[in-house]
Design a protein around this ligand. Sequence first.
Ligand code: ZN
Length: 376
Amino acid sequence: MLLIRNAEICAPEPLGRADVVVAGGCIVAIGHDLTPGNLVHAVVEAGGRWLWPGFVDGLVHISGGGGEGGFATRMPPLIADDALRAGVTTVIGALGTDDVTRSHADLLATARALHAAHLSAYMLTGSYHVPVRTLTGSIRSDIVLIPEVIGVGEVAIADHRGAQPTADEMARIAAESRVGGLLSGKSGRVLVHVGDHESGLHLLREAGQRHAIGAGHWLPTHINRQQRLLEEGIEWARAGGSIDLTTSTTPALVAAGDIYAADALAQVFRAGIPAAQVTMSSDAQASLPLFDAQGQLLDLQAAPIASLHEDVVRAMHAFKLDRHEVLRTVTRTPAQLWQLPRKGRIAVGADADLLMVDPATLAIEATIAGGVLRWW
Ligand code: ZN
C-alpha cells in the first residue's frame, strides 16, 4: 500500500488538493487528511505536485515497426522503461506495413513481456493489409478469444503502402471487429492509418453510406499529417466521429506539411470539437519515413514514445490550451474509445497508473504503473 499526500489532482477533471491511497495495483481511497495506518508501507509527500492519470498511448508499434527501406531499417521493440519514464502506463500495440517478418504472435508475446514490467499492454489484430491477417483465423475470434486483442489496426487507406481496399472490404472489417467487441465486452474499434493521398477519409464515408457502419466504428489516425486532412478530420468529428493525432514528427516532416499534434489540437478545439472526440498517440517505434517527390525513401528514424508528453507540454505551455482538456486526449478519451474503464482516470476502483508532475515545468518526476512507484 502506498499513500500519496497533498497532490493537486487532475483526474483529468480538477479534483483539487487531496490524498490518494493505492493498494494491490488499484486506487482504493481519495480524500483529505488520510493517515497511513498499519497497512501503508510507504508515504509519498507530493507537496502540491500535480497527480495525473498515466497516459494511454493508443498506437505504439511495441514489437517494432518500419522496415520500409529494407531489412536494415526495421525498428527495434519498445523498451518498457522508456514508456514509463515518458508517462505512458498503457499502450495499444499494432503492426504496420510489415506483416511478413512481423507477426501477431510476436506482438502478443511483446505485450505480455511489457505487462510483466508493469506497463499495461493491449494489441490490435490485422495490419496495413486487406484481407486482414489474424492470429486465430478471424478478426472475430482474435478479439473474443485473446484477452489482449481489443480491435483491429492499423488498416491503411489513402496510402501507397496499403492494400488499396474497397469501401465494402472496409465495412466488412469494421463489422467483424464490432461483433467480436460485442461478444467479448471490448471496444472492437478499427484504427485506420490515413496516408497522404487526397482521397483522405472518403473510403470511410463511403462505407458508412453503403452499409450499416457508423463513424463510431473507426478511429482514423495521423489526421495532422497535412492541413487538408486535418480540416477533413474536423468535419469528420463534427459529424460525430473521433480522430487521433500523431505526436511523433520531425522538423523535416513539419517543413513538408506535417502539423505538430499540439498545433493541430489547438485548431481542433478552436473548431469546437470536444476533447471526448480527440486523442493523441505517439506511433512510437514506427519509422518516420521521408520520401522525395519521386516517392524514393530518403531517410528513416524510430518514432519516440516521449513525443506524447512533449506534445502535451507544447499544448499546455506554447498553445495555452486548457490543461484538463489536453490531458483528457491522452487519458480518459483513449480509455473510453478503447473501452478500458479502469484506465485514464483517477478514481476509486481505477488502476493505480499515476504520474507525479512538476506544475511549473510539467516534467514527470515519478510514475506509478500497476501500483509500482518509480522516481526519475
Ligand atoms: Zn500509421
